[in-house]
Design a binder for this molecule. Structure first.
Ligand code: C5P
Length: 407
């Protein structure tokens, strides 16, 4: 396993007996290529000594928000920025509750609030505590905000009981992070190509035209496809979202570059998802020098960009093709017309210009339409929504391939 290579994992350890497994987790993450720094809560230090983590991580261990010496070495904001993945294992019921309520009353909760890196929790607690309505509500809230739950699993517990709530085994936690699917999934053996984010069209050497796409939905789709067993390539315009584990990323800037990168790869693919907000037009002639603001008005002549999605759907043996549609009114009608016009197998439409959902937020809702059917996917985190969308894609893809094969 090597696809954590170069990744900077901040491992949070909270107070639970499963903390005795966390030094081994550090070792395995490092074997998979990650650089690991550990932040412990006060409760965690009752179970394992910081020195143990220092020895296995090869880095100083962080535990105190208000320790001037530790802050001088690497401040908590710097540490939050350093991480490109936060993993809390074990995550106790108390920690989940504090995180769900946005508390910042110790180093680890503060780091979780201050980081832009994805956060994953491996919960560990007694089965009754896990099944408690308060814990489940906290879990749901965290998942809706895009925090990923790795486990818990079921089985023998340290308290002598048997049930759901034990921390997953270390290799399973590492597998979940690397993106190597732990079990066979519905997209096993398929190749999925996804376009992600905005494109950028130069106006002159310093300016460009672009849009508000964050890339979160596209990368969530790529991550979901990977978890379901596909080999995934994401062709991404400029966006700050980190690449999900196990996904190959091809960075491009303009619509023309995205078109070229996609058309080079689409013929070998089984499924294509056009999640990028591709600029419809580019500047016809980009001057070599910066445009001066001498005149009161400036007229730019724009040329239409190639429609990437339509070009893929028009290939002689096209992959199962899924498009997105962002609409401000008559969502279903416009989306269905677009699906037909572009000869797509499926279209996922969402409202834009409303208070919730759309480009920049963490949540969205989709109306998914295909020939003769459709499904509404309600407002939820983009990660959960991408899972639901890719489940539908897998279902429809197998149904269509099945009927094609028997023709
Ligand atoms: O026609 P419209 O831009 O609304 O269609 C949106 C869908 O088409 C999205 O899936 C988007 O990724 C794709 N698209 C594309 N190339 C373009 C414009 C849109 O692939 N030039």
């Amino acid at each position: 396993m090597s696809n954590l290579y170069g990744r900077r994992v901040l491992l949070g350890v909270t107070g639970g007996i499963a903390a005795y497994k966390s030094p081994d987790l550090v070792r395995r993450l490092r074997e998979a290529g990650a650089q690991v720094r550990v932040a412990m809560t006060a409760g965690a230090m009752e179970f394992v000594r910081p020195l143990t983590f220092q020895a296995v991580s090869g880095e100083p261990v962080h535990h105190d928000l208000l320790d001037p010496a530790a802050e001088a070495a690497m401040g908590h904001i710097e540490l939050a920025r350093w991480a490109d993945q936060v993993l809390v294992a074990p995550a106790s019921a108390n920690f989940m509750a504090r995180l769900a309520h946005g508390m910042a009353d110790d180093l680890l909760t503060t780091l979780c609030l201050a980081t832009e890196a994805p956060i994953a929790l491996a919960p560990a607690m007694n089965r009754v505590m896990w099944a408690n309505a308060a814990t489940l509500a906290n879990r749901d809230l965290l998942v809706r905000r895009g925090i990923r739950m790795i486990g818990p699993g079921s089985g023998d517990q340290a308290c002598g009981e048997v049930g759901e709530g034990r921390m997953l085994d270390v290799p399973d936690i590492v597998a979940a992070l690397t993106g190597d699917p732990a079990e066979p999934g519905p997209l096993d053996g398929t190749r999925v190509l996804v376009t992600v984010g905005p494109t950028r069209e130069a106006v002159d050497p310093v300016r460009f035209l672009s849009n508000r796409s964050s890339g979160r939905m596209g990368f969530a789709v790529a991550a979901a496809a990977r978890r379901m067993g596909a080999e995934v390539v994401a062709v991404a315009g400029p966006c700050a979202v980190s690449t999900p584990p196990g996904v190959e990323r091809v960075d491009v800037e303009t619509a023309a570059q995205m078109h070229e990168a996609v058309m080079a790869r689409a013929p070998g693919c089984d499924i294509f998802v056009g999640a990028a907000a591709v600029a419809d037009y580019r500047v016809a002639e980009v001057p070599e020098a910066k445009i001066k603001k001498n005149d009161d008005t400036l007229t730019l002549s724009l040329l239409k960009n190639p429609d990437i999605l339509q070009s893929v759907a028009a290939l002689p043996d096209p992959p199962f093709t899924v498009g997105f549609a962002a609409e401000t009114h008559d969502l279903r009608d416009h989306a269905e017309a677009k699906r037909r016009r572009k000869s797509l197998d499926m279209i996922a439409a969402n409202w834009v210009g409303r208070a919730q959902g759309g480009f920049e937020g963490d949540e969205n809702a989709l109306e998914v339409l295909w020939e003769g059917g459709g499904r509404s996917l309600g407002m939820q985190s983009k990660a959960a929504l991408a899972d639901a969308l890719m489940e539908l894609v897998a279902e429809r893809y197998h149904e269509e391939r099945g009927s094609q094969d028997s023709r």
